[in-house]
Design a protein around this ligand. Sequence first.
Ligand code: 5MM
Length: 343
Amino acid sequence: MASEDLSTIAKSLVARGKGILAADESFPTIEKRFATIGVESTEDNRRVYRKMLFTTTGFEEFISGVILFDETIRQTSDDSTPLVEELTRRGVIPGIKVDLGARPLAGAAGEKITEGLDGLRDRLAEYHRLGARFTKWRAVITIGAGIPSRRCIDANAEALARFAALSQEVGVVPIVEPEVLMDGDHTIQRCFEVTQETLGSVFERLAAHRVVLEDMLLKPNMVLAGKACPRQAGVDEVAEQTVKCFRRVVPAAVGGIVFLSGGQSNEKATAHLNAMNALAETHPWQLSFSYGRALQDPPLRTWAGKAANVRKAQEAFRHRARLNGAARFGRYSEKMEKEFAVV
Ligand code: 5MM
């Protein structure tokens, strides 16, 4: 695919007022999420749940693309319409998670390396045939005593860059996700340093592998104190530190930045994105969202596995998507949390 087409896809994914839904939970993760509502993680329950999200009336006003899991890209609606088609007929771009998960990095206690490069070119070609127009690979960086090591950061950066180069070769837009975890009691300053070092390494490797920056998206963590840190930064400080960190290391050519929520509350994830967008009239990049939990928590809890709750759950999903859409313009306020638009 021509480079121009990839940059068109990248731009559509970060269109004004819209963001991405991450619905690419692997089997262990979706099982954990379903366990919180007492629902068994069967193939059909996963299909019904995700179909519910993808057929929500009007969600396409705020959601530009959805990241799918391998199983989902092959599933259909009750009337045999592929779930991918449910998205494309609404103008929503289907994407796919292509990494095979993070495993322990050899000889590095507490650190992980993401696997999945072997055979990736062929898998990408198949996903493209199945309708995926963008891909995602997540690397996990843990902050702790003496970690992350430079070796772990660089090994993950190299894998991210190889994934991105292969994706562009096949004609899909890569979403490069280096996630510095919120787990731990580290300060916001420490998160700033580790995020800066990680992104520095990632962009060095992306350049080495000749990845076209306009034709990719970055999916990073925000700069936050660890969950167990006694001093939690306020919304404005998070926004300022995150933008400051990114201005140092993320080239302006990058197609867009789509943040992960990483375990923040729904409200905080929205408020932080809103504050970043309110900081300046324009930033070098579009600042958007690619949330999993922070978009899915309300519909998941409302649904609770019952067909009778589907409509209410879809309203809850659309509401959360609308609030994050408003945060794209810096127009979100806490008051809007209470407004519940009826479909
Ligand atoms: C939706 O969760 C994704 C899949 O995670 P697993 O591979 O562990 O099942 C995850 O990659 C997600 O896309 C990002 O972490 C963003 O989700 P959050 O919930 O952090 O916004």
